[in-house]
Design a protein around this ligand. Structure first.
Ligand code: KG4
Length: 331
């Protein structure tokens, strides 16, 4: 069979990224232009500034991706930009670029769901991984347990009722003075701490999550005891959050009989959470997680998900619009 070369484009939040991926699994290039330094001074992503920076970066990023993969537009078979979920103005930059390019080079457009992209990051790191499996999806905007029944068939088994897990990390980090983005900063400081601070357990009956209570508890504790050891607070927060993630995944594995679990999304880069999930291997659960570079937003994962949509026949119309609240599996 002829190789299929996909150009993935990602601009849903504060990373402008382009990647060239062969047959959905082999990364020939993955260029990521991050805006973290720009948004850091505001304590979070400013949508309007993100869109403007995507516009400035997109042409350069795609050109570099082609050069690094030692290829040209002529060799691209599929153009796969993210079209949701995300910030609408930011999404429109990558999507419009992708639509224009698809038209200009006469190659099919395949719009990609960003969450499917995060799940597909696992296919790049683990060449042997195939559905069915469960995915613990944890990012800045999403927290859900997904039953990946096939490459393009998903069932959401549980989700957050309030904040996404990444939001909780970012908010806690901001309030205790660690800055933005909070996840990596909490991760680093927690490595010096001891999980000796009792925080309220997160309890929900089904496979859903709730992170607003724990977030508020940590913030209140910090306000009441400003001299509290921040490293201990960070690791105690990670411990409490990990407990509910692991507990719900175990319940999902029991309910579905699926004993293969992958992690996905920016928070899956967290070292404490990764260690806690790996412990499940002792209970007969096989754990997969993306390489650290593929956990946070990047276009290689978008190209991978785009490839599987392409071979499934899901070609998009050039009228495709950005969908800021696109749900998993929706087209
Ligand atoms: O998946 P992602 O890059 O963007 C979305 O699609 O939302 O996730 C970003 C989130 C942010 O909340 C960031 O703080 C968090 O992932 N994050 C982490 C770590 N690295 C990134 N959270 C905990 N530990 C980390 N090492």
């Amino acid at each position: 069979m002829k190789d299929i070369i996909t150009l993935g484009i990602e601009s849903s939040c504060d990373e402008t990224s382009a990647a060239i991926v062969k047959n959905g699994r082999e990364v020939l290039s993955n260029i990521i232009d991050t805006q973290i330094k720009i948004h850091e001074q505001y304590g979070g992503v400013v949508p309007e500034i993100a869109s403007r920076n995507h516009i400035e970066a997109i042409t350069r990023v795609v050109k570099t991706a082609l050069e690094e993969a030692n290829t040209t537009f002529e060799n691209i078979d599929v153009v796969a930009p993210t079209y949701g979920p995300g910030l609408v103005g930011a999404l429109l930059v990558g999507l419009s670029y992708g639509k224009g390019l698809s038209y200009a080079i006469g190659k099919p457009l395949v719009g990609v769901n960003h969450i499917e992209g995060h799940i597909a990051a696992n296919y790049i790191t683990h060449k042997e991984l195939k559905p069915p499996f469960l995915c613990m999806m944890m990012s800045g905007g999403n927290t859900q347990i997904v039953h990946v029944k096939d490459y393009c068939k998903f069932e959401v088994l549980g989700k957050t009722r309030d904040d996404a897990i990444g939001e909780a990390f970012d908010k806690v980090a901001r309030v205790i003075g660690l800055g933005y983005p909070g996840g990596p900063k909490i991760d680093k400081l927690a490595s010096e701490g001891i999980p000796n601070i009792e925080l309220p357990k997160i309890h929900i009956d089904n496979l859903d999550f709730s992170f607003s209570g724990i977030k508020t508890a940590v913030i209140n504790l910090h306000h009441k005891m400003p001299d509290i050891n921040k490293a201990d607070l960070c690791i105690s927060f990670e411990k409490t959050v990990s407990e509910v993630l692991v507990q719900n995944i175990l319940k999902a594995a029991e309910q579905t009989g699926v004993k293969t679990v992958s992690l996905a999304g920016g928070v899956s880069a967290n070292s404490y959470i990764r260690k806690e999930f790996l412990k499940l291997e002792e209970q007969g659960i096989k754990i997969y997680m993306p390489d650290l570079k593929l956990c946070t937003d990047n276009a290689a994962m978008i190209a991978s998900a785009g490839y599987y949509r392409y071979i499934n026949g899901d070609i998009s119309d050039l009228k495709l619009n950005a969908v800021p609240n696109l749900k998993l599996g929706e087209r």
